[in-house]
Design a protein around this ligand. Structure first.
Ligand SMILES: Nc1ncnc2c1ncn2[C@@H]1O[C@H](COP(=O)(O)OP(=O)(O)O)[C@@H](O)[C@H]1O
Ligand SMILES: [Mg+2]
Length: 369
């Protein structure tokens, strides 16, 4: 079986390193400090937080994923669902269902996993005044047994029309829950900054910021090599170095490429550089449709700009030499093209550099595009 995992939270034996970070997070949990966890997409934020909390005690984790929420109603539902999931584990299920009877919860078995799932009456729309109620429910859980609340992809709360109001209510309630540690996780730096470092934000300086960086080559490459060896394959160092380079050192992308390398090789094989091409082609084949969708969304000018970034990197996109190679003669048209591609989530900005969100799309462009 392919030992590489990507796109999901990894824990236990699938979790590599980060001893110091885990210790710090656990320390903050124990002293009921609120923290903000920042870092790029797929770097390992969710996994680190999950691992830290379950190392304390699995039954404490109230994990709320805010990815893609669009309304206060959705925010409340996500929190309630997380509460139900936690209570399922700890046997308070029936009681919580009673408490939530005004939402007419229906419990059914998931057809595939046969785990109980719960859905709430869609005709009841929760508004801002439900937020304190839902948070009070968290408090009552905490009285039975201490909880740790994790809000993942927290920046998506800014998508709400009334995000400022939602944040203000959340903050004012959380402020009086001194014993409950809240962990806010987010990948979109400028949005998280808007929440935690702008003076007029209700969450201004309300939590201690921590950054999750990529795992070091030394630590992570050893971990990956062992996985190959257990599957009776040997990977050459120069291949792994190239894998890290293509993936920009991002653990999730590194594991994705290793997964593909595994798929295109056999037991007893020594994996050399020639196999990288096959592995990338496998990824391209799987992802081709989404690359083509992106390309269809772009004008010729935008595509030219993207190709130039793929070839030359996105550090100095306003330099004469970059503009020349992309065929632009003024920086404002470069800026317009880039703004559009940031919006489409093709590129993101980090420390003044523009990078591809998906490094494999970057690798595919000059090859096929
Ligand atoms: N500590 C780790 N050990 C091994 N793989 C990791 C680790 N952290 C992240 N990964 C890889 O990255 C992927 C994404 O991790 P995740 O925690 O979901 O990242 P994030 O929340 O930052 O987007 C995982 O599926 C795994 O492939
Ligand atoms: Mg995550």
């Amino acid at each position: 079986m392919n030992p590489f995992k990507y796109g999901t939270i990894v824990s236990g034996k699938d979790f590599c390193g980060r001893k110091t970070l885990l210790k710090q997070i656990i320390g903050y949990i124990e002293s009921s400090q609120h923290i903000v966890i920042l870092g790029e997409r797929r770097v390992g934020k969710s996994s680190a937080v999950y691992e830290a909390v379950i190392k304390c005690n699995e039954e404490r984790l109230l994990y709320v994923d805010l990815l893609g929420i669009k309304s206060i109603d959705a925010l409340c539902r996500r929190i309630l669902r997380a509460i139900v999931v936690l209570e399922q584990k700890t046997g308070w299920f029936d009681k919580i269902i009673k408490t939530l009877s005004y939402l007419r919860p229906t419990i059914s078995a998931d057809p595939i996993t046969s785990m109980p799932t719960v859905s709430f009456d869609a005709s009841v729309e929760m508004k801002a005044n439900s937020i304190p109620e839902v948070l009070t429910l968290i408090e009552s859980l905490d009285k039975k047994r201490p909880v740790v609340v994790v809000f993942d992809e927290f920046q998506d709360i800014l998508n709400l029309e009334d995000s400022h109001e939602a944040l203000a209510i959340l903050r004012s309630k959380i402020q009086f829950q001194g014993d409950i540690p809240y962990i806010f996780v987010g990948s979109i730096r400028h949005k998280m900054d808007e929440i935690f470092t702008h003076h007029d934000s209700p969450f201004f300086k309300s939590a201690i910021p921590m950054t999750v960086d990529p795992l070091s080559y030394e630590e992570f490459s050893e971990f990956l090599k062992k996985k190959f060896i257990r599957g009776q394959r040997k990977i050459e160092d120069k291949v792994l170095e190239k894998v890290f380079e293509i993936a920009n050192n991002i653990p999730g992308d590194i594991q994705q490429l290793c997964e593909a390398l595994w798929e295109v090789t056999l037991e007893k094989e020594i994996i050399g550089l020639d196999k990288l091409k096959n592995a990338l082609e496998l990824i391209f084949a799987r992802e081709q449709k989404s690359y083509e969708n992106y390309i269809n969304l772009l004008t010729n000018i935008q595509l030219r700009c993207l190709m130039a970034i793929a070839k030359e990197g996105g550090k100095s996109v306003f330099s004469i030499s970059f503009m020349k190679s992309a065929g632009f003669n003024n920086p404002s048209s470069v800026r317009r093209a880039i703004t559009r591609m940031l919006k489409l989530n093709i590129l993101f900005e980090i420390g003044g550099e523009f990078r591809f969100i998906n490094p494999f799309f970057r690798a595919w462009l000059p090859y096929k595009g």
